[in-house]
Structure formats: C-alpha cells, structure tokens
Design a protein. Structure first.
Ligand code: TYD
Ligand code: MG
Length: 491
C-alpha cells in the first residue's frame, strides 16, 4: 500500500490542494481549506492482483453486467414537447420544452431572466397547464406585481391564470415537496444560486450546493417527466460560481445577452440536446415585459441620410437575416497610445481588420483612435460583417459617405481579398426587401447574388464606392430629415 498523504480540502467545493491557501483556487471561497489525510491508495501491483476479484465482487454488488445492444435495435421514443407560448423562446429550444428535460437560462443580473420566465409561466398557464414558479429571490407579492405588469395591467385573477402557482422559498426540500403536492406540468426555479439543501454544510451559492441542487432537479425532471427551467446568474466576464459548472448536468443551456442600456436582447442556445444551437431569439424590453422582435429592421431609420462611418450589413442571426448598422469613428490619437474599442463586435477581428486596411487600403491608422460599434446593442460576431466594418472605418477616416441605398457583405482575408460568405441569397433578398438598391458582395458570389449586387475583389478597391467629401458643419447635419422636422415643430 502507498503511504497516506496530507492534503487540504475546500469545504465549499471539495477540491483538494497540496498546500494550504487562503482562498480556494477553484471556487474562490475564502478560508475554506481544511487539512485531511487521504485514504491509502492501492499500488499498481495490488490493483493487478485484485482486478479479477474486484470485478467479480462488483458484479455481485450491482446485480450483474448491463448488456450492449446493436444501435439499430435501440427504440427511439417520440419526445413530447410543451410550448411556452413565447414563439422566440420555443424556437431557440428547438420547438418547445422537452418533457422531463432541464433547461438552464443564464445571463447577467437585470438582463430580464425573471421577466422571460414569468412570461413563459403565464404562457403555459394560459394553455391550461399547471405551472409552479419557485422564486428564491423575490416575494410572492413581487411576483404577482410583475405578472400584472406583464399582463398590461390586467388583474392576474381575471386572465384565467388559475393554474399558475408561486412559491417563495429557498429550501430545495420544501420546493420538491410542493412539486409532489401540486404536480405541476412546468416548473421554474429562479434562481439556482439562492436555493440550498439544509443538510449540506456549505453556504447557498457555493459550487457544491449549486451542483447538488441542480442534480436533484434533474432527477426530479426525469422521474416526473416534468420540464424545468432553471435561472442562473452570470457575471460580466462569465466567471461564475454557478451556471458554468452546471452546463454538463442539464439538457439545454441558453444565454440571455444584450446590453442593459439598450432594449434589444438576444436569447442564444449554447447547448441543446434536442435541437440546434444556431438559433437566436430576439426580444425588446418594453413597459410590459419582453416583446418578440420578428424583424429588427425597425432599428434602422429609413429616412436617415448616408453618414460617414455608417454602413449597413445584412447579418445572419440563426436562420434569420437582420439588417444591422455598423458604425466607426476615427479621431487623431498619439502613436503608441492609440485606442481601439469595439462594442457589439469581435475586438480581435476588429484589430486584425485595421491592420489589413493599413497594409492593403493605403490608410495610415497607426496614430488614429478608432471606435466601432453596432447600433441597437446586438452582438455581431460573424466574419461576414468585415466588409461593412472596413467601409465604415475608411468612410470615417476620409469623411466620405456611401451612396444612399448601399449595403455590404463579405469576409475579408489577411491579404485584403474578399472571401465568400454563407447564405448570400437570403441576405441579398432581405436587403432588397428593405429597399437597398446596391449590395456589395465578394466578387466570387456576384452571380449567385443576382441583380443589384456589385462584386468587390479586394479592399484596395473600396475607395471607388464612395461618393463625395461630406461637408459636416454642424451636428445638425447628422440628423435625419424626419428628426429635423420634429425639432422645427417643437421650436
Ligand atoms: P429582471 O427580469 O428582474 O432581470 P433578471 O431576473 O435577469 O435579474 O428585470 C430586468 C429589468 O427589466 C429590470 O431592471 C426592470 C426591467 N423591466 C422592464 O423594463 N419592463 C418590464 O415589463 C419588466 C417586468 C421589467
Ligand atoms: Mg431575477
């Protein structure tokens, strides 16, 4: 037998470390490491000697070996699904919640998780389903107030939601007891960070508590064929003592993202055992909760005159194409201390594009501060936005505007060449539908894109798509005609 060793174990997450530390390096808990002695580990020789007997004893203990079957002979039961009544949420889930599955919805505090969950609970209850909303963060009264707000001031009692139950509790054992009593057909647990098992020593919110509570909920879902949605908080940098450790335990992981300062929210699938993760649901936070956004073209002002540094790109969000405006601002900076900031766009890709522009488009950006962003707060990560972004930076740098009714799609390579993008037909069709008369596309895709499309071979040629030097005298020239009329009316 090998020698027994001394290790330090974290009381919160049970991780071990060879030396004592003030803070657990895994869960971040302070002063949680205690010394213990490891059990004696068998040596390799012992393992070999005991191999046969250990297998025999485990067969005896666990009631025989399970039998492998041919993949063709495995029966595939049809998965039952339940609609949440919210089309965008159902779409991201792959057609509704699968019975007996557990979905985790993560997102920063204040993004609208509780609102979405209450809307889903109301949606299911409106179909006559029994729903239990277990809240561990708010009181039952606060939940009712929110439900009333979502129902546009209509009294909850009048809306026929007699099958929606609210439980304000943090003890998972009591929540489970209520589930067994009420027998809901849909359960919401808001949030996993606040529920706890009283028989565990660690504090609520610690990794071991969260993991254990989540496992119990998964067990409950499987046993009762009950669809469960769990809410989990995520911090800004994604470093959380919660949802990340749960991702492998649950069936579906959704991320609710967006900028709290904007109304637009995206619901993205990160993992889905019953559907695709390519879909994204779009919502707009309003006075009466989250409204589904079917077409984000409403974020473009059709009357807006072309501006330097603003270029529209037909970008794909899941299976949908949305026209998103990319903007750039280029100002004089100091060599070596230039600022490069990207909001709603991939920062690394943006830095790479500025280098490509400098090399192949004959611009000197080394002493320029550059800021780029998308309008509306929606995140755009696909490389197809490259061309629009390059045009925006060039336009902002030279003070040039694109002709009215021009938008751009295309990936830019390190050599400045334009590369093909996926779903070009769909993008061009959407741009045309929205009144764009000229769509700049990679030259290799002109034929596929059809009429109205103009092929671009390299970013070295971008200058020819610009019209004239823009005369910016006052900030008023940035306002659309409609806005100007509104201002005139007021004065
Ligand atoms: P909430 O759902 O509580 O966020 P989370 O559960 O993710 O922490 O609410 C998010 C914000 O949305 C909150 O600051 C208030 C706002 N809100 C509205 O603007 N309209 C509404 O109808 C509701 C219910 C909330
Ligand atoms: Mg909440």
């Amino acid at each position: 037998m090998a020698k027994a060793k001394k290790v330090y174990e974290c009381t919160a997450c049970k991780e071990t470390s060879a030396m004592w530390m003030g803070k657990c390096s895994v869960c971040g808990e302070w002063d949680s490491l205690v010394q213990r002695t490891t059990a004696k580990e068998p040596t390799t020789a012992n393992v070999a000697a005991n191999f046969a007997t250990s297998i025999a004893s485990s067969i005896e203990q666990y009631g025989g070996v399970s039998e492998a079957i041919k993949i063709l002979e495995i029966e595939t039961p049809t998965v039952g699904r339940m609609s949440t009544g919210i089309r965008e949420l159902d779409r991201v889930l792959g057609g509704g919640l699968v019975l007996g599955s557990v979905a985790l919805i993560g997102g920063e505090p204040g993004i609208g998780k509780s609102t979405l969950m209450m809307q889903a609970a109301i949606g299911a209850a409106s179909q006559g389903k029994r729903v239990l909303y277990a809240t561990s963060e708010e009181s039952a009264y606060q939940c009712k107030l929110r439900a009333e707000r979502l129902l546009e001031g209509e009294q909850v009692g009048e809306s026929g939601l007699s099958t929606l139950f609210v439980l304000a509790d943090t003890d998972l054992a009591r929540i489970t007891k209520q589930v067994l009593e009420i027998k809901p057909e849909f359960l919401v647990v808001d949030s996993i960070q606040m529920v706890y098992r009283s028989d565990m020593e660690s504090v609520p919110g610690s990794v071991s508590q969260i993991r254990r509570c989540c496992l119990e909920l998964v067990y409950l879902a499987r046993q009762l064929q009950l669809p469960i949605m769990i809410v989990g908080h995520v911090t800004k940098d994604g470093q959380l003592a919660g949802p990340r450790v749960l991702e492998h335990l649950v069936d579906v992981v959704l991320n609710f993202e967006g900028d709290r300062h904007y109304a637009l929210r995206g619901l993205r699938g990160i993992k889905n055992r019953f559907g695709t993760t390519l879909e994204i649901g779009l919502f707009e936070m309003g006075q009466h909760g989250l409204q589904e956004v079917v077409d984000a073209a409403s974020f473009l002002d059709p009357d807006a005159p072309p501006r330097a540094g603003a270029v529209v790109c037909p970008a794909m969000h899941g299976s949908r194409c949305l026209l998103i405006e990319t903007q750039a601002l280029v100002t004089q900076g100091t060599v070596g201390q230039t600022r490069r900031r990207a909001s709603g766009l991939d920062g690394n890709r943006f830095t790479m594009l500025t280098a490509v522009l400098e090399q192949h488009a004959n611009v000197k950006l080394a002493d320029q501060d550059i800021y780029v962003s998308t309008v509306g707060g929606l995140k755009l990560t696909e490389p197809a936005v490259d061309l629009a972004l390059c045009l925006a930076i060039l336009g902002a740098y030279n003070g040039l505007v694109l002709q009215k009714g021009v938008c751009a799609i295309g990936e830019v390579g390190l050599g400045g060449e334009l590369r093909t993008v996926a779903q070009i037909e769909q993008r061009v069709a959407q741009a045309k539908r929205r009144g764009y008369k000229q769509i700049l596309v990679p030259i290799t895709q002109v034929e596929v894109a059809g009429e109205n499309s103009v092929g671009v071979a390299s970013i070295a040629d971008l200058g020819s798509y610009y019209e004239k030097k823009e005369e910016i005298t006052t900030s008023e020239s940035w306002l659309s005609d409609r806005k100007k009329k509104e201002i005139l009316k007021c004065t």
